[in-house]
Design a protein around this ligand. Structure first.
Ligand code: GGG
Length: 354
């Protein structure tokens, strides 16, 4: 990848806290990046706007300046967005738009339980690889009046192109993991055309001529999405890399987060061939926004994941190790993990260990 090989003098990082607790957790991720010092090029942060809050002030959810500024950045961190559940004229989800505009086609979500003692095998150690650009997220919906009342329709788009590149990403990730195992998630017993195409295309990735047999050691399984959720709760150890169309991937990763203690622990990156954007899996949590008790760990881990993708593994390891120690010690934790500490207190513990 172009971005992975460029030697950088500085690392320009766009920061988009967006809404709610995004304003509390993105500064924590920034502090963690600053703490790794010379393990990365000198970071230069650019504060950027997007989200529901900026929409209510200006009528624009994703200002053009934000997109233009991101094109000048090496990477970015996005917090969380409070998109309304009803249609609001002129509003469209900025995170969905950003993923498309920057062609961040893979949402990579590792879900790992922290072992009680260092070195012990975690119960859950999987990565959800979520296709990030299509499925129902093409957002082509229409409301019409039928004979029996209103009828709402949505287009679900699955292409061979997008399925192939997300499949390649999943196999690539599996190759670098001890178990080298990919599970394809679909529902092609019902949606045989759309999910059928996804399943068949991902299955075909190892036989592509350009792959040159590189994935021959990766084993493949597949699972219907409903049964995948059941087995995720019953025997999460069977999963290594799970690759899924957009909506299933979103749901599965939240479900998997329940197995490791809190959604507040789970990071992600939105990755493309030329850009990467870290983003906690959790949303804007309006119920706790402004109270200073949001768990900063998902954002801090997202920063580490972003640095790892940019080929700064030492910096990423330092952040991840510090976070794991804080969780393992269990003394300074936010309320979502049963503690009574504040965001800044958890951050301070992490920074001490970095
Ligand atoms: N960081 C994840 C996040 O912000 N989740 C909320 C979300 O994605 N809402 C739906 C949307 O705005 O598209």
């Amino acid at each position: 990848r172009k971005m992975a090989t460029a030697a950088r003098q500085s690392l320009k990082i766009g920061l988009i806290p967006a809404d709610g607790i995004g304003h509390e957790v993105i500064p924590a991720a920034r502090a963690a990046i600053e703490a790794v010092g010379s393990d990365i090029p000198k970071p230069e942060f650019v504060d950027l706007l997007a989200g529901w809050e900026v929409f209510t002030r200006s009528g624009v959810a994703l200002p053009e300046e934000t997109v233009d500024a991101l094109k000048e950045c090496d990477c970015a961190l996005f917090g969380s967005v409070s998109s309304p559940s009803r249609k609001v004229t002129g509003y469209s989800s900025p995170i969905v738009a950003l993923r498309k505009k920057l062609d961040l086609y893979a949402n990579i979500r590792p879900v790992v339980s922290v072992a009680p003692t260092a070195g012990e095998k975690p119960d859950v150690d999987l990565i959800v690889v979520r296709e990030n650009t299509e499925c129902l997220y093409v957002k082509q919906e229409e409301l019409t009046n039928g004979e029996k009342g209103k009828e709402a329709r949505a287009t679900r788009l699955i292409t061979e192109y997008a399925s192939r590149r997300i499949g390649k990403m999943a196999f690539e990730l599996a190759l670098n993991r001890p178990r080298k195992h990919v599970t394809i998630i679909h529902k092609s017993n019902v949606l045989s055309v759309t999910d059928g195409l996804f399943r068949e295309t991902v299955r075909g990735v190892p036989s592509l001529p350009e792959v040159n047999g590189r994935f021959d050691d990766v084993t493949i399984a597949e699972q219907l999405v409903d049964s995948a959720v059941y087995r995720l709760f019953r025997e999460p150890q069977i999963y290594d890399v799970m690759v899924a169309p957009n909506l299933y991937g979103d749901i599965i990763s939240d479900a998997a987060a329940a197995l490791v203690g809190s959604l507040g622990l789970v990071p992600s990156i939105n990755a493309g061939d030329n850009f990467v954007m870290g983003e906690p899996v959790h949303g804007s949590a309006p119920d706790i926004a402004g109270k200073g008790i949001a768990n900063p760990i998902a954002s801090i881990r997202s920063a580490a994941l972003m640095l790892r993708y940019l080929k700064y593994p030492q910096a990423a390891d330092r952040i991840d190790k510090a976070v794991d120690e804080v969780i393992r010690e269990g003394k300074v934790l936010t309320p979502d993990l049963g503690g009574n500490s504040k965001t800044n207190e958890v951050l301070a513990e992490v920074l001490k260990r970095i």
